[in-house]
Design a protein around this ligand. Structure first.
Ligand SMILES: Nc1ncnc2c1ncn2[C@@H]1O[C@H](COP(=O)(O)OP(=O)(O)OP(=O)(O)O)[C@@H](O)[C@H]1O
Ligand SMILES: [Mg+2]
Length: 256
């Protein structure tokens, strides 16, 4: 496998995003935003019901090009935090900036465009069963209106990177769990997102496959992509040896 994350032409990608009318680096660039910080969270709280505080006064930063784990026991608030970063949930209090954009200022049309600047990997892969591997990955570029030839080239490039170019015409259910997660990672990276978020991406995989998948995240990060991975797997975190942000009962308890 070879890292392609750094080798893509950033100008091409930017052109594609602009062609789709996306506000790259625009949105609401706060005067307080730090250019070397991709995630800036201040005083974030999320209350679901009157007494259920999923997050409580969370303040944290993730730098550009950083790889961080978000960890903590079940119910600690990891998924809630990722859902807020994806703008699937709205905070009860606090401020969240991603790549300088204040998520509270995004209107409904901006939210779709914003999400297209991110990559996301789920525990259960979430591939479209009736589409082939190739179609699952290229789909992310079709939405952006990237020219056809570039779409195909990038899709093959990223499938090669995850070692699955020979399965491009297979359907997801014809693949093993580890292979399906590799397709999901290819899909998350195909548009060179500014930030890749993953929620328990190895939760359905055995320990050897989990390490293989983590190596893909590491390689992606070596290509310059900022990565935040939620997992409660302490052994895996120890093995990968990256920064850890720990949550417990909705509060940050460790930010090494
Ligand atoms: N949609 C919801 N409505 C009400 N409460 C919720 C909702 N989603 C999460 N919660 C509550 O918020 C808290 C944090 O949940 P969250 O899913 O963020 O935890 P988590 O750290 O991802 O846990 P796990 O490791 O089990 O995935 C929990 O107490 C949970 O019950
Ligand atoms: Mg969760």
């Amino acid at each position: 496998m070879r890292s392609c994350a750094a080798s893509w032409n950033a100008r091409e990608r930017r052109g594609a995003i602009l062609a789709a009318g996306c506000p790259t680096g625009a949105g609401t660039l706060s005067s307080a935003a730090r250019p070397n910080t991709v995630i800036e969270i201040d005083g974030l709280s999320k209350r679901y019901a009157r007494e259920v505080f999923a997050l409580h006064d969370v303040t944290m930063r993730v730098g550009r090009g950083e790889f961080a784990f978000l960890t903590g026991p079940s119910g600690a608030g990891k998924t809630t935090l990722l859902r807020i970063l994806l703008r699937q949930e709205v905070p009860t209090a606090g401020r969240v900036l991603v790549d300088g954009r204040d998520l509270a200022a995004l209107g409904p049309a901006d939210v779709q465009r914003y999400r297209r600047t991110l990559g996301f990997v789920f525990q259960d892969f979430k591939l479209i069963p009736r589409k082939t591997v190739f179609e699952n990955v290229i789909f992310a570029l079709r939405i952006l209106g990237v020219p056809d030839v570039q779409q195909r080239r990038r899709t093959f490039q990223v499938l090669k990177w995850v070692g699955l170019q020979h399965r491009a015409n297979a359907f997801p259910l014809e693949l093993s769990g580890g292979e399906q997660q590799r397709v999901a990672i290819a899909r998350a990276l195909v548009n060179e997102p500014v930030l890749v978020l993953a929620d328990e991406p190895t939760g359905n995989l055995d320990p050897d496959l989990a390490l293989e998948i983590m190596n893909l995240f590491r390689e992606m990060n070596a290509g310059g992509t900022t990565v935040l991975v939620a997992t409660h797997d302490r052994e895996l975190i120890h093995h990968v040896g990256r920064r850890t942000i720990a949550l417990d009962h909705g509060s940050v308890t460790e930010s090494a």
